[in-house]
Design a protein around this ligand. Structure first.
Ligand SMILES: Cc1ncc(COP(=O)(O)O)c(C=O)c1O
Length: 364
């Protein structure tokens, strides 16, 4: 039904509404794909950013080897939409989820991360019962201090256990240098990322000395795509944010442009210097800072409440009145997208398509 709106002007859309600038998004996808044709590592885009099968298909068409998901529920949505090669870059540990995981492995090629011995036993038992095989990566903590075992001996122990576990294929290592991806200075970012990657390289060497074959080393993000992407140890990079580039990431990296905005309407102008927008925290998140105003010099968002955004116009001579529409750029795309049901895809100022954000809210 929503697609009946196709062809209407962007400014005629009801607000607040999540927009994709199609030309920019397609250029971001193409640019990243082009880079990965010049290095040995593959691109396995993290779909926790867009959460939408048609966009994952676009990334694969452009050359990605498969996709990364954060959650099992996201992977189920992607597999149901025909995506065959999925890494769940996380630990799946409860009985309920493990049985969903092995079910999913009947329909798609599933890779999953582990960082605990008992988890290996549970995955192996469930995979045997279901008659499926799972590809498994040992997650190494490379400095982000989130999931993952220490580099070296601890990783070796898990890899050896995996190697013997029935119906599990020890496939390699995962290490995400999340502590490095948003360091603004390139040289500092590079040195932090390389320190993290050296832990993976060292671990790989130990495993291989012990007769284990390490086929896959997966990690990396948008901020390190051209650091990790050309490091000899990495076989695949999980960049996600590059598809839209939020305003926070754009400060770190200028290689990709901002494709995601929210069209919002002025609902009030309490005084000359301030207008109130119909977009608040239920429309756009602010953990990485307030959204930026697109293409209006001097206009600055100063606060968000649940359903209102305050826009300071004291440094702008723009005349805005209730009913006028402006676009704002989210500071954090991934969590903002999670608040919305649909994307409105815009080209040449007109609506081209409406896409359901099918994996939005799939946190289980
Ligand atoms: C495991 C993992 N891989 C990769 C990424 C990369 O994402 P981005 O492209 O947003 O840096 C993330 C981000 O949260 C992640 O958690």
């Amino acid at each position: 039904m929503l697609n009946n709106l196709t062809g209407i002007l962007k400014d005629e859309l009801d607000t607040p509404v999540l927009l994709i600038d199609m030309d920019i998004m397609e250029s971001n996808i193409a640019k990243m794909a082009r880079y990965f044709r010049t290095v040995n590592a593959d691109l396995r885009p993290h779909t926790k950013t867009h959460k939408t099968p048609i966009l994952a298909h676009k990334q694969i068409e452009a050359g990605a080897v498969g996709i990364t998901c954060a959650k099992l529920g996201e992977a189920e949505v992607m597999a149901a939409a025909g995506i065959k090669n999925i890494l769940i870059a996380n630990q799946i540990v409860t009985g309920q989820k493990i049985s969903r995981l092995v079910n999913l492995a009947r329909y798609a090629h599933i890779m999953v991360a582990v960082d605990h011995e008992e988890n290996i036993e549970n995955l192996s038992r469930a995979a045997q019962q279901k008659g499926v095989k799972l590809q498994v990566l040992v997650e190494v903590n490379t400095g982000m201090n989130r999931c993952g075992v220490s580099a070296g001996e601890s990783a070796l122990k898990l890899a050896q256990k995996l190697d013997k576990a029935k119906n599990l294929d020890f496939t390699g290592l995962q290490g995400y240098e999340g502590h490095a991806v948003a360091i603004p200075d390139f040289d500092e970012r590079k040195s932090a990322a390389e320190k993290a990657l050296s832990l993976l390289a060292e671990t790989k060497e130990i495993l291989e000395k012990n007769g284990l074959q390490v086929n896959t080393v997966s990690g990396g993000g948008t901020g390190t795509y051209n650091i990790s992407g050309q490091h000899p140890v990495m076989t695949e990079i999980q960049a996600g944010s590059y598809i839209f580039m939020d305003s926070y990431y754009r400060k770190v990296l200028k290689d990709f442009d901002c494709a995601l905005t929210i069209l919002t309407t002025v609902i009030s102008r309490p005084n000359r210097d301030m207008v109130i927008l119909d977009a608040g925290m239920k429309t756009v998140t602010k953990e990485f800072g307030l959204p930026e105003v697109k293409d209006i010099k001097g206009a600055e968002l100063t606060g968000l409440s649940e359903e209102h955004g305050k826009l300071d116009l004291s440094k702008s001579n723009l005349e805005l009145k209730p009913g006028d529409k402006i676009e704002i750029i989210p500071s954090h795309g991934c969590t903002t997208i999670n608040l919305h049901d649909d994307y409105y895809a815009i080209r040449d100022g007109k609506l081209e398509a409406v896409w359901n954000i099918a994996a939005r809210g799939k946190i289980r």
